[in-house]
Design a protein around this ligand. Structure first.
Ligand code: C2E
Ligand code: MG
Ligand code: MG
Ligand code: MG
Length: 288
């Protein structure tokens, strides 16, 4: 142990580490309880088709309605859930809930569910997805799974065959956060993705920065060449939308159209999906 050196400085680091481990342990206990106690909920964000601006589907994004801390964002608890493996159980809840809720939407639009690399490393993942489809009655062609390239790297030889099998059931597979990793192009070559989601970090500057413009343009032509639709993530302002539109981008998602929100049966069956319970401008006048 580092404490052997006996300096206060090193003891201080040790205590910090202990505190961090204790805090994570507490959080994991709380999350276990939260799963049993139904404290998680799914919010949905619209994915919008261009040029017509119709809603093409929704992405499910998990939140934790914590009894004292309020609504907790996924970045504050997914990493701990991944490190401890609890994401497998939480992920099962997420998939089951997304399928249950979406199968009640009268508009019958697709739902996209984020899948952690840890879930994909579970050898029972495919059979769990099949079982969820069966028990919820969800149409597999309305389900989309979003994976990141970290699902493929590392020692998970069955990620690719697992996704192939899910695809053969009619489930769509999207590459999420494209442009943030170091081997995305190799991933595109090794798996027939149904959609590529271009990361928000590349969209942020697309209206202002010539380099960002060039990169986005290149990705659009890559999508054309591979015949895979590109979805631009995190579109917030009309200037970004204008550029994406001009480059022939076919799908966009972001606060410009609406923040993730609860989507009730009534919302989704109202026959007017663009007003479906999402906060923010569902269809701003500026978009025309
Ligand atoms: P992601 O899958 O890339 O999801 C997009 C994130 O960007 C979401 O954050 C969404 O709310 C946010 N976003 C969308 N449009 C905009 C915009 O215009 N501006 C800004 N500033 N943000 C925007 P969120 O919900 O906090 O989720 C963060 C990440 O947590 C997700 O990134 C995903 O990696 C993970 N996550 C969320 N839900 C789940 C889940 O159910 N399962 C798993 N495994 N991971 C999840
Ligand atoms: Mg996603
Ligand atoms: Mg993303
Ligand atoms: Mg992500």
């Amino acid at each position: 142990r580092a404490k052997a050196s006996g300096t206060e400085r090193i003891c201080y680091y040790d205590e910090t580490l202990d505190d961090a481990i204790r805090a994570q342990r507490r959080m994991i206990d709380e999350m276990r309880h939260a799963i049993a106690n139904d404290e998680f909920e799914l919010h949905y964000q619209a994915q919008v088709r261009l040029p017509d601006e119709e809603i093409d589907g929704y992405e499910a994004l998990v939140r934790w309605r914590h009894p004292t801390r309020g609504l907790v964002a996924p970045n504050d608890f997914i990493p701990a859930a991944e490190q401890t493996g609890l994401i497998v159980r939480l992920g099962e809840w997420i998939l089951r809930t997304a399928c249950t809720e979406a199968s009640r939407w009268a508009n019958a639009l697709p739902v996209a569910v984020n899948i952690s690399p840890v879930q994909l490393a579970d050898p029972h993942f495919v059979s769990k997805v099949k079982e969820t489809l069966r028990t919820t009655g969800m149409d597999p062609s309305r389900l989309e799974l979003e994976v990141t390239e970290s699902c493929f790297i590392g020692d998970n030889p069955w990620a690719n065959p697992a996704l192939q099998e899910l695809k053969s059931l009619g489930i769509a597979i999207s590459m999420d956060d494209f442009g943030t990793g170091y081997s995305s192009l190799a991933m595109l070559n090794s798996f027939p993705f149904d959609k590529i989601k271009l990361d928000k970090s590349l969209i942020d500057q697309v209206h202002a920065n010539p380099k960002a413009k060039s990169i986005v343009r290149a990705v659009m032509s890559l999508g054309d060449a591979l015949d895979v639709p590109i979805l631009a993530e995190g579109v917030e302002i009309v200037e970004q939308l204008d550029y994406l539109r001009a480059e022939g981008c076919s799908l966009v998602q972001g606060y410009y159209y609406g923040k993730p929100g609860r989507l009730t049966v009534a919302d989704a069956s109202a026959g007017e999906p663009s007003k479906s319970g999402l906060s923010g401008p569902a269809r701003p006048a500026a978009a025309g």
